[in-house]
Design a protein around this ligand. Structure first.
Ligand SMILES: [Zn+2]
Length: 118
């Protein structure tokens, strides 16, 4: 299975982080929060970069760790399907598979949130 970031996932993750999904108003500001945002480039997180993955990673640590453990279990189920679908030489241990690809990690977090696991 491939994990491809979509705008829907990006919006879910932006909400998870408690950040604004900026909407440029055409004159250099966000229509929603008023922050200065350029109109000529992507202003919201891509969730394909390591820095975005780390932000999501840290946001899943709650006081009781429940979201964290639920997310980890969710990811492990996805990994098992991926693991057995791959050729033997391409199989990776869970911890590596889970954390080695920023886009995949963020897609998993978005799916986990959308399915109500966290
Ligand atoms: Zn905004």
């Amino acid at each position: 299975m491939t994990y491809k970031m979509t705008d829907k996932y990006r919006k879910v993750l932006t909400d998870l982080l408690g950040e604004c999904w900026h909407k440029p108003n055409g004159i250099g500001y966000c229509h929603k929060c008023g922050r200065s945002v350029p109109d000529w480039r992507i202003v919201n997180r891509t969730f394909t970069a390591d820095k975005d993955m780390m932000k999501v990673f840290r946001s899943l640590k709650t006081e009781t760790w429940v979201d964290w453990f639920n997310f980890k279990n969710f990811a492990k189920i996805k990994w098992e399907k991926d693991f057995w679908a791959r050729k033997e030489e391409l199989r990776e241990p869970f911890e590596y598979w889970w954390m080695s690809d920023s886009e995949r990690f963020c897609c998993l977090a978005a799916q986990c949130k959308m399915e109500g696991v966290i």
